[in-house]
Design a protein around this ligand. Structure first.
Ligand code: NAP
Length: 204
């Protein structure tokens, strides 16, 4: 059993909570203000710092622009030796990708918490499909990127338990390719009007 903290009680946080709580792992929310959070009824909600201190795996389900403020409010040392999953999409105010090619949100997160094992995953999946990892009957591919092999194994297992088909996507640097995939998904869903019941699958 893995102790998983989800930072942020928004769309992604709630969807991943739904997927994880049906499996064998323990899950809690970390919120800026637990008394005002939008967490689902029955969920345990504590402060972000308490959640991180308790957890072995921490999911950043917060806006990209608030990553550093979130880390600063918790204290970067509290992430030492823990797995941190970066679900964020680095969008600017025009909803365009704010970085790419020579770095990624995940690599920048790793610099902010050097003692943690940062993993990129889930960012190119619509929240609506995150609670079971499926569109219709088909399992979506969960690409998982990290420089730490064991952290990748743990996150791939969490993904498989939700219902995804996890695939090792190589080092954290692969986040440079997974983050534009998030933009492609948003474009297909919103601009091309395919809606949110879509997702990516690797055929082998
Ligand atoms: N929505 C999607 O389909 C989707 C898909 C893939 C990836 N993502 C990425 O996942 C992350 C979360 O997306 P979301 O759709 O869940 O967003 P959201 O509904 O706006 O929720 C974000 C949550 O983050 C917390 N938070 C911490 N600092 C914040 C701040 N400065 N301003 C606002 N909220 C703050 C809040 O929870 P508390 O009030 O409890 O602290 C808030 O509910 C984003 O980086 C997004 O790019 C989203």
């Amino acid at each position: 059993m893995v102790k998983i903290a989800i930072l942020g009680t928004g769309n992604v946080g709630k969807a991943l909570f739904g997927g994880i709580k049906n499996g064998s792992n323990e899950v809690k929310f970390g919120s800026r203000d637990p008394s005002k959070s939008k967490a689902p009824e029955g969920a345990e909600v504590v402060t972000m710092k308490e959640a991180v201190q308790w957890a072995e795996v921490i999911i950043f389900a917060v806006p990209h622009h608030s990553t550093s403020e979130t880390i600063n409010s918790i204290g970067g040392d509290n992430f030492n030796d823990k797995i941190a999953i970066d679900v964020t999409n680095a969008l600017n105010e025009k909803w365009e990708l704010a970085m790419g090619f020579d770095t990624s949100a995940a690599e920048e997160m790793q610099k902010l918490i050097p003692g943690a094992k940062v993993v990129k995953a889930f960012n190119y999946v619509f929240a609506e499909n995150m609670s079971n990892g499926k569109v219709g009957e088909g399992s979506l591919t969960l690409f998982v990127a990290s420089d730490d092999g064991r952290a990748k194994e743990v996150v791939m297992k969490i993904g498989n338990e939700i219902g995804f088909e996890s695939v090792d996507a190589g080092p954290l640097k692969s986040a440079r390719y997974l983050e534009p995939l998030g933009m492609l998904l948003i474009g297909l869903g919103m601009n091309q009007k395919l809606g949110t019941k879509i997702g990516f699958k690797l055929l082998k």
